[in-house]
Design a protein around this ligand. Structure first.
Ligand SMILES: Nc1ncnc2c1ncn2[C@@H]1O[C@H](COP(=O)(O)OP(=O)(O)OP(=O)(O)O)[C@@H](O)[C@H]1O
Ligand SMILES: [Mg+2]
Length: 326
């Protein structure tokens, strides 16, 4: 299977008042052509910072990629000059942001915002074509009465509709890779299901690859082919989705899976969740980052963060004894 994107040893840090902190610390993963890679992990583990690094949209000047490569069909995105970067953003990789209101411009109608994208990326289109394409795109993402909606402003739309507008904008350039950063977290369950279905339908139609970021393993199971699990700036496990759910090897992944509510658990009054909290970036422990919450911890775990071990084909875990666990 061809990889369309490869991230190798990415290290991204921020300058803060208390010093430089590494939000992403040596992360490697790849995205297969036409497939969906899920990135899952608790709040603050580095999911958004990883995707902003790929897009080269880190807040300046505090955020910098210190080292690593991000290969898009053999070109390192991190080495591109600004003019080449503009050619990649949109046409090759698009992103749906976590909070649509911050990405939509409140003073322009949604129609104007989507038309702008066509004008920038397809300068040969005349204004009639731009209008037709924009309305067609709104229709495609399931916006009812798109001609009327065209002249409305973001605040006039519901959260679900705004997220659809974001998807329409992200897909209007027909990108090869779509990064969807928690695209449904703010939406209620039925709208969430509709948006997920929409993304899957569009993927079937266009063959694009998707990086799907979420903290919800239930959503991962539904839409992803492969999964990486992040913890405190590192990937601690990665595998094809069925393999990860059947044979989780890292104690953190096992804990996450146990925390999904299940019907057969209905007699239990309390959900199984992982005790303790993710360490802050300023007090990352020496050794394994998960050690303070791990029930299997031994003194060896305090020495260094464990290397990635291939525990089964295509299945990697960073734990010194992943085979020893259930
Ligand atoms: N501009 C910034 N300056 C300093 N630290 C930052 C900045 N942006 C993010 N961070 C830190 O980087 C770490 C990773 O943040 P990130 O936004 O990637 O988390 P996340 O996994 O996307 O979490 P969530 O699920 O809440 O969206 C966090 O500890 C966060 O505080
Ligand atoms: Mg985030």
């Amino acid at each position: 299977m061809t990889n369309i994107l490869e991230v190798n040893n990415l290290v991204t840090s921020f300058q803060t008042e208390a010093g430089r902190v590494r939000a992403v610390d040596g992360v490697s993963f790849s995205v297969k052509k036409g497939k969906t890679l899920g990135i899952v992990g608790e709040s603050g583990c580095g999911k958004s910072v990883s995707s902003l690094s790929i897009m080269r949209l880190l807040p300046k000047p505090s955020g910098v990629v210190e080292s690593g490569e991000i290969l898009l069909q053999d070109n390192d995105i991190l080495q591109l000059e600004t003019k080449d970067l503009y050619k990649i953003r949109g046409r090759k990789i698009s992103m749906i942001f976590q909070e649509p209101m911050t990405a939509l411009n409140p003073v322009h109608s949604v129609g104007k915002q989507i038309s702008e994208i066509f004008k920038i990326h397809f300068p040969k289109m005349n204004s009639g074509e731009v209008l037709n394409k924009s309305v067609e795109m709104l229709r495609k993402v399931g916006i009812p009465d798109p001609e009327k909606r065209f002249s409305e402003y973001p605040h006039q739309l519901s959260g679900g509709m705004r997220q659809r507008i974001m998807i329409a904008m992200a897909l209007s350039t027909e990108p090869e890779i779509l990064i969807a950063d928690e695209p449904t977290t703010a939406l209620d369950v039925t709208i969430q299901a509709q948006i997920l279905k929409l993304m899957q339908d569009l993927q079937k139609e266009t063959g694009m690859s998707i990086i799907f970021i979420t903290h919800d393993l239930g959503v991962i199971a539904e839409v992803c082919d492969d999964v990486v699990v992040m913890y405190a700036g590192k990937i601690i496990e990665k595998a094809p989705v069925i393999e990860l759910f059947k044979n989780p090897k890292h104690p953190y992944t096992i804990g996450l899976l146990n925390s999904i509510p299940r019907l057969e658990n209905k007699r239990k009054t309390k959900l199984n969740c992982i005790d303790g909290a993710v360490p802050g970036l300023l007090d990352i422990p020496k050794g394994c980052r998960f050690q303070n919450r791990c029930e299997y911890k031994i003194s060896e775990c305090e020495k260094k963060h464990p290397d990635e071990i291939e525990v089964r084909p295509e299945h990697y875990a960073s734990c010194i004894f992943p085979e020893g666990l259930k």
